[in-house]
Design a protein around this ligand. Structure first.
Ligand code: FES
Length: 202
């Protein structure tokens, strides 16, 4: 289960860079007058990108002001979605899917590997500060379960050996090649297709 943790160390102020302020204005413009609150997810995403992949509480207050909406509503959105981090994450942020298809294909072994190698608890940095991990809900790659996302990349069809190797490389500041650990192409059958053989482009 994904656990939200809010950093005890918070910056005193947050404001968008000039570039992100421009981008936020463009996002707000996409919505009708007085419906600017609809841009909240886009603005939270910008704040997270600007701030090393996590959102300080000051950023949620800043966004609330920018969108003329109550701070608690921005806070609710930021704490609801697992893609928003409310505490610092490592240079390598490992998100292990633990929804049913991944779970029945061995996701528990992946979380155990993260606990052993990165940190006993989710959302805590590794001793060398390079990695952190968390559990998340379905990342939409169930057909290649079990899987984990590291930064923007998917690592799929994992077993203990492959996952351990990937994590240990991260801790040495090395990034493995993303994709299927069993070298499947996308989600194609492993031993060539067995149906629709007569059909071209099937
Ligand atoms: S259940 Fe893990 S990707 Fe969907």
């Amino acid at each position: 289960m994904s656990i939200k943790s809010i950093s005890k160390t918070q910056p005193e102020i947050f404001e968008f860079s000039k570039e992100n302020l421009e981008k936020s204005k463009l996002e707000i413009k996409k919505y009708p007058k007085n419906k600017q609150a609809s841009a909240v997810i886009a603005l939270l995403y910008l704040a997270q990108k600007q701030n090393d992949n996590w959102i300080p509480l000051e950023a949620t207050k800043y966004i609330a002001k920018l969108l003329s909406m109550p701070y608690i509503k921005v806070y609710e959105v930021a704490t609801f979605y697992s893609m928003f981090n409310l505490s610092p994450v490592g240079k390598y942020f490992v998100q292990v899917c633990t929804t049913t298809p991944c779970m029945i294909r061995g996701a528990k072994k992946l979380t155990d590997i993260c606990k052993r190698n990165i940190s006993e608890n989710q959302n805590k940095l590794s001793d060398n500060k390079l990695c952190s991990w968390t559990e998340v809900e379905c990342l939409g790659a169930c057909v290649n379960a079990p899987m984990m996302q590291i930064n923007q990349d998917y690592f799929e069809d994992l077993d203990e050996k492959a996952a351990e190797e990937i994590i240990q490389k991260l801790l040495r500041d090395e990034f493995s090649k993303p994709g299927s650990a069993r070298k499947r192409k996308s989600n194609a059958p492993e031993k060539e297709k067995t149906t629709l053989l007569q059909e071209k482009n099937a």
